[in-house]
Design a protein around this ligand. Structure first.
Ligand code: HEM
Length: 403
């Protein structure tokens, strides 16, 4: 009796459990479609755009409109909710890097205009006080100069000059000594003049090459020799550029001392230019230096002086100028350097393959008598007059046995 009672009670409990389990499960599911959690246990995704009709409650918690025919619900059951695909979030694209920004917003343009000549500066305890400058609008102009103008002006000056000289050589060939070599020579440059000239020339060439590497190396050289070799070359190039500035400047001072007097302009220069200068028919008279050589001398002194001054401003940054001064120093240095390289290329051409008999003036120091007569006739007259004077007996002296 008690056994059958126990069995009956167990069966009743099991039946209850079987009925209760799906009911509980349904209850859970119905709650899931409500305001609290994700439906059907789906992971909750936070959308960054305003969501409509996703069943999340609030104003947007509406059943989406549909044109589909709804099955009759018998009044109690809510219409089945249409599955709505989550609205894809628009990808957030990072702003382009500062340097590549093409358009400037109106606000930014306004700020730039207001700041012209000024800076936005913070405070710093670093020894480098320039590190406190946050915005300096002229920096953009300077960067454009460095990356665009200097790049193209330099390329045009250097490549253009080389092309022009090559063309000149192809068309006119080497300028010969018309009368041919005489076999006699005359001293044109002493040892000091020659040693100093080559000191300046070698420094200039190495300064020019290491400088051009700063401007064009990353583009023209790095892809060929590779980044490691390029880094080493640029490191040593930088050292060369700084240390060779000293012999270069010293040489310029010596040039002032030894050549200034012979490079002062005279009436002869005007006549030489009027006669056609370097392309004149015949050989217009010239002193020790003709007008073109004098122009190159003054250009080298002025340009070399500017390049040296601006170079030292760059070498010791913020010693005598602020950031604007540094930018100006760089502009002057870069432009002057490019123009000087072009001018000195022309000088080196005439002094070597362009004109017969010219190079020996700076190698042995002596030039052929006919060369001197054709290119520097007044100087030759002066030199021969001096030589005659040197060997002539002093005035009033009488030859031995004259009486
Ligand atoms: C006293 C002589 C000179 C000094 C003190 C000097 C110094 C400097 C310094 C400090 C720089 C900046 C290097 C850098 O950006 O890190 C520079 C760049 C440069 N220098 Fe000179 N330099 C002198 C002469 C010359 C000469 C004679 C030439 C040309 C033949 C020259 C051509 C250049 C060039 C092309 C640059 C690179 C400009 C650029 O692309 O930014 N320099 N120089």
């Amino acid at each position: 009796m008690s056994r059958s009672l126990a069995l009956r009670a167990g069966g009743a409990l099991l039946a209850l459990a079987l009925v209760a389990a799906p009911a509980a499960a349904q209850q859970q599911n119905t709650q899931g479609q409500g305001t609290e959690g994700p439906a059907g246990g789906a992971p909750e995704v936070q959308s960054v755009v305003p969501e409509v009709g996703d069943g999340r409650g609030g104003m947007n918690n509406q059943v989406p409109e549909t044109t589909e025919k709804q099955a009759p619900t018998g009044g109690e059951r809510p219409a089945p909710m249409r599955e709505v695909a989550p609205t894809p979030a628009a990808p957030i694209t990072a702003p382009p890097p500062n340097t590549a920004r093409g358009d400037t917003s109106a606000d930014e343009m306004e700020l730039q205009r207001t700041l012209r000549g000024g800076v936005i500066e913070g405070r710093t305890t670093l020894p480098d006080t320039a590190a406190a400058i946050l915005i300096q609008p002229e920096g953009r102009d300077w960067r454009e100069f460095r990356n665009q103008w200097l790049f193209w002006i330099g390329a045009a000056a250097v490549v253009g000059t080389v092309a022009l000289l090559a063309l000149t050589f192809l068309v006119s060939g080497r300028k010969r000594i018309e009368a041919g070599r005489s076999g006699r020579s005359i001293l044109r440059f002493g040892v000091l003049e020659r040693v100093n000239h080559w000191m300046v020339a070698v420094s200039f060439v190495l300064l020019g090459l290491s400088g051009l590497n700063i401007t064009y190396g990353a583009l023209a050289l790095r892809p060929i020799i590779g980044p490691e070799a390029f880094t080493a070359l640029t490191f040593w190039g930088q050292a060369v550029h700084q240390y060779l500035s000293f012999p270069f400047v010293l040489g310029l001072f010596v040039m002032v001392a030894v050549w200034l007097r012979d490079n002062l302009p005279t009436k002869v220069d005007i006549a030489w230019i009027k006669a056609g200068g370097p392309v004149a028919k015949g050989h217009p008279p010239a002193g020790r230096f003709n007008a073109a050589q004098k122009a190159l001398y003054w250009f080298t002194m002025g340009g070399g002086g500017l390049v040296a001054l601006s170079g030292y401003v760059l070498m010791f940054p913020f010693t005598v100028t602020d950031v604007g001064g540094q930018q100006w120093a760089h502009i002057v240095h870069g432009l002057m350097a490019m123009v000087m390289i072009a001018a000195i290329l022309g000088h080196a051409y005439i002094g070597s393959i362009g004109m017969e008999g010219a190079l020996e003036a700076m190698s042995t120091g002596r030039v052929d008598y006919n060369w001197a007569k054709e290119h520097h006739s007044l100087w030759l007259e002066q030199e021969t007059a001096k030589a005659r004077e040197a060997v002539a007996p002093p005035s009033g002296a009488r030859a031995v046995g004259a009486d």
